[in-house]
Design a protein around this ligand. Structure first.
Ligand SMILES: [Zn+2]
Length: 198
């Protein structure tokens, strides 16, 4: 399916464009106005000269540190073709990505990858190896991607998934990928695991 023969890398701006189109606000980039501890208005202040300005509560002293969010993704194949899904939620609604999602606090990254893969495409997977970790200047999400092996289940779209499919390396919808990490991880995965197919 989705026979798109194009190796354009897609630089991720498509995500922002899509977000604007849908009126979506990126909740990972949200700017807090009130103290999450006591509800007092926050003020902006330089605390350490080499660090960005912080939002500080003058009533209770709480400082907001906008830590990155950790997401996990899994890349695996069925009959030699890479498993992708079409996102049914923002951001990047309607775009293709491999299974994945946010890691819950206290959950192992591996367990989150297995859980998200089951939720999104109804496949049971075993973690094989770490593919890589993807982070980008100015972006709030760090994406950890594993190569996985399918050990059960049948490929089926979950609640937040519009469609699922498997793609040979020459069939990847490069122009319709969800995030910068999607294309980067796919290229790395294909180079490492399916190089003869290129
Ligand atoms: Zn406060």
């Amino acid at each position: 399916m989705q026979k798109t023969i194009c190796h354009d890398r897609g630089d991720g701006m498509t995500n922002e464009t899509s977000s604007r189109t849908h009126g979506f606000q990126n909740h990972e980039d949200i700017h807090y106005r009130f103290c999450p501890v006591c509800g007092h208005a926050l003020e902006t202040q330089v605390i350490k000269s080499l660090e960005p300005e912080r939002s500080v509560c003058r009533r209770c002293g709480y400082v907001v540190y906008p830590n990155p969010k950790v997401a996990v993704g899994t890349l695996g194949t069925l009959d030699g073709k890479i498993i992708l899904l079409k996102r049914g939620i923002e951001p990047a609604y309607g775009r293709w990505v491999f299974p994945g999602g946010y890691v819950d606090r206290g959950e192992t990254v591996e367990a989150a990858g297995i859980r998200e893969t089951k939720e999104e495409v109804n496949l049971d997977v075993k973690i094989e190896s770490l593919l890589n970790v993807y982070s980008y200047q100015g972006r709030p999400v760090i994406v950890i991607v594993y190569a996985v092996r399918v050990i059960g289940g049948d490929l089926r779209a979950g609640d937040e998934t519009i469609d699922v499919g498997t793609f040979g390396p020459e069939e990847i919808p490069w122009q319709e990928l969800a995030f910068p990490s999607t294309g980067d991880a796919l290229r790395e995965y294909i180079n490492r695991y399916l190089p003869s197919e290129l």
